[in-house]
Design a protein around this ligand. Structure first.
Ligand SMILES: [Fe+2]
Ligand SMILES: [Fe+2]
Length: 418
């Protein structure tokens, strides 16, 4: 029994999404044709909106706690209207953006199985974009007397976005290798899971009803990402395949900081709780996320150890891996350099508290300059080249980071200071 009902958009926007798919995700046909082989016994993908049940009919957090949830956008008071629009727009931008990114390296998939996993992720992200359109399209009150048609404006803007123009930084980074697809599914989709979970309480009911079905689909994305990343890492640790463990580490160093920033400044998020949009602040959710990513790393390291020492129990392997990584001890013949580590929260940050943005910290969070000061730019860039993927240092998004870092620190390249 499905725990949701399904519906479609009005023709205009349904066709606009199909059009978008024809331009950005033609490979959907391949998935549809081979679905039965790739995912036997599972319900075929369908482009539709899914309307799930709500946990509660009344607002659960903040100022309106206990009041009936808002059914119409026109009931949203004060800045709630635009704040809700901003969240829906950002969410939808991540869905479209990730499809555009996955497509860049889809052809370099390491196996058919991993290719179909990514195709399914892309298809479900398309459905998630469709779901956000449904929220805007099914409530006529997004068009307000005397205002522009906010729904139409938002949907048109979203349909036109290309990589580099999306709302969140993580969705503007070009994928270069298939490792990007997999690390992204493991650590960036994981942020999506937190956002969807937090927004189950959303005080504007159409958003709340959308979250359950999206959340359960997200499980496949993260599960596939984690599983394939573990397989790639174990085979890299054996020296097999085209990818080294160092490549995996650099890829994590590139993506985890952007994942952390998707929560918004970790000192903020109180307004969303106050308006009943989310049940946790940015910092609370980010902390839980960071712990979950650390478990992903533990799990991979344990698998690498157990591949060497098959008699090792998983819990013992996790303990041993943590000691190797944290203390630099060699255990079971495995050295620190043969395992992965989690980059520190304060590494390579562009957004967040002043104490960490644009600081020249190393991957473990230690300031590289004397006395905790920032390093001169060229020196820091030399350091970054040792811990980030080489191709990323030539990317548009890296150039953005460098320009903003220099501006923020008020220095010039080669000045010795910033
Ligand atoms: Fe999604
Ligand atoms: Fe996803």
């Amino acid at each position: 029994m499905a725990y949701f009902s399904t519906t479609t958009l009005r023709d205009d926007y349904h066709n606009a999404i199909v059009d978008w798919q024809q331009r950005h995700f033609r490979e959907l046909d391949l998935l549809t044709k081979n679905w039965g082989n790739a995912f036997p016994g599972q319900t075929q993908f369908q482009l539709c909106a899914k309307i799930g049940a709500q946990k509660s009919e009344v607002v659960e957090h903040g100022r309106f706690k206990g009041e009936k949830k808002f059914e119409r956008a026109s009931e949203l008071r004060g800045n709630m209207f635009y704040q809700a629009r901003g969240i829906i727009k950002a969410q939808c931008s991540t869905e479209f953006g990730s499809i555009q990114q996955h497509r860049m390296t889809l052809d370099s998939a390491i196996s058919d199985e991993s290719k179909y996993a990514v195709l399914r992720i892309m298809a479900e992200e398309l459905r998630h974009a469709y779901q956000m359109f449904w929220i805007l399209d099914s409530d006529a009150s997004w068009k307000r007397e005397g205002h522009t048609d906010v729904a139409k404006e938002t949907m048109d803007e979203l349909l036109a976005m290309e990589t580099g123009q999306h709302v969140l930084d993580a969705f503007n980074i070009d994928f270069v290798t298939f490792l990007d697809n997999i690390v992204f599914a493991a650590v960036i989709d994981l942020v999506g899971k937190y956002q969807l979970d937090m927004q189950r309480v959303f005080s504007y009911a159409p958003v709340a009803r959308s979250m359950g079905p999206m959340y359960s689909e997200e499980g496949f994305h993260i599960g596939s990402g984690k599983r394939i990343l573990r397989e790639i890492s174990v085979s890299a640790a054996r020296g097999a395949g085209d990818v080294s463990l160092g490549d995996v580490q650099r890829c994590l160093n590139q993506w985890v900081p952007r994942g952390l920033e998707m929560f918004g400044n970790e000192m903020g998020g109180f307004v969303n709780v106050e308006l009943g949009f989310k049940d946790r602040t940015n910092g609370q959710a980010q902390q839980e996320y960071f712990e979950e990513v650390s478990h992903i790393v533990d799990d991979i390291n344990a698998s690498i150890l157990r591949d060497r020492v098959p008699t090792l129990e998983k819990a013992d392997a996790i303990d041993a891996a943590r000691a190797i990584v944290a203390e630099g001890e060699t255990r079971h013949g495995v050295k620190r350099s043969e395992l992965l580590y989690l980059p520190a929260r304060s590494f390579f940050r562009m957004r967040g508290p002043e104490t960490i943005v644009f600081r020249t910290n190393d991957v473990h969070g230690q300031p590289l300059g004397a006395g905790g000061a920032n390093l001169a730019w060229p020196e820091y860039e030399t350091y970054l080249a040792t811990v980030l993927p080489t191709h990323f240092l030539k990317s548009r998004e890296y150039a953005k980071y460098r320009d903003r870092a220099l501006l923020y620190n008020g220095g010039a390249i080669g000045s010795g200071g910033w």
